[in-house]
Design a protein around this ligand. Sequence first.
Ligand code: GDP
Length: 360
Amino acid sequence: ALTIGIVGLPNVGKSTLFNALTKNTVLAANYPFATIEPNVGVVPLADQRLDRLAEIFGSQRILPAPVSFVDIAGIVRGASEGEGLGNKFLANIREADAICQVVRAFVDDDVVHVEGKVSPKDDIETINTELVLADLQTLESAIPRLEKEVKGKKTDKAVLDAALAAQKVLEVGDTLFAKGTAAGVDMVLARGLGLLTTKPFLYVFNLDEEGLTDQALHDELAAVVAPAEAIYLNAKLEADLAELDAEEAAELLESVGVSEPGMIQLARVGFQNLGLQTYLTAGPKEARAWTIRTGSTAPQAAGVIHTDFQRGFIKAEIVSFEDLDAHGSMAEARAAGKVRMEGKDYLMQDGDVVEFRFNV
Ligand code: GDP
């Protein structure tokens, strides 16, 4: 599943937000994960198509695509010096598909700011600097090794070139996500070197309740992080929402002028940003969404359900959600010629409703 790593300076509201996630017992109960680690929370990717599928197939339950969040503690100014960022931090961040920085944009004199003042721009700089320094350290040891390997013809020169080009970007303080592609860095190779700033960045601004509907403020903050995406939420409100049932939560959201919880927005933006899409399966037991990369073939999509499905793939019976929705049943869609048999080269489309045929 998609995993988003959450970073941020101390006292910005990370734990508050994270507790909101993990406390959400409604979600936890609906999820087929036996155990969830204490620093991991799961948010379903909201998808109304699943409700309709459950109606058509009489499914007992609905399983949206999960988006996992990992709380990556331990980043402060100077973290990359001395002992470095720490093995646990690095391991957590390497596993993440994207890095989401929580940034404090609420003012509260009772909550100490580690840098002495509330300045989203400075806080973003601070975290970026630590990640950039960590990548420079990685390159400092990688480059001499790569030089030797290229001489000995053990490694392709393109890898060394990617490392050197990445170093140039990092040396002026830029992240590879923001500036790597424009500077001609081969991002696939740079990612292969384990460079953290190659990952997509997202930003969550933790605002006061008044800030939630302040469009001018949102625009100002968006400009600071462009081209990265930003989400605006209030961590305390998210925590309150997690304690409520669906109806009460909707009322609370409406009272502050917001249409959906910030966490759900974050899951969606993270998903879109990473070139992911979903396909759907449905039957009497469950209606379910599965996560795949855009451009996946039918066997690759089958492999997300089970590796045996990929290995033994024969064909896939596919109808688009729109066609199924319009015809109201598989039988009607089939009669209208909308149900197709696709082979191993078929490129999956978002919203394909699928049944795989395979050998075991
Ligand atoms: P972390 O260190 O980033 O995990 O931050 P915490 O979640 O522990 O929050 C630090 C302090 O800020 C706590 O006292 C929270 O109650 C408070 N806090 C968190 N979010 C908000 C917010 O949106 N508004 C206000 N006023 N206080 C907040």
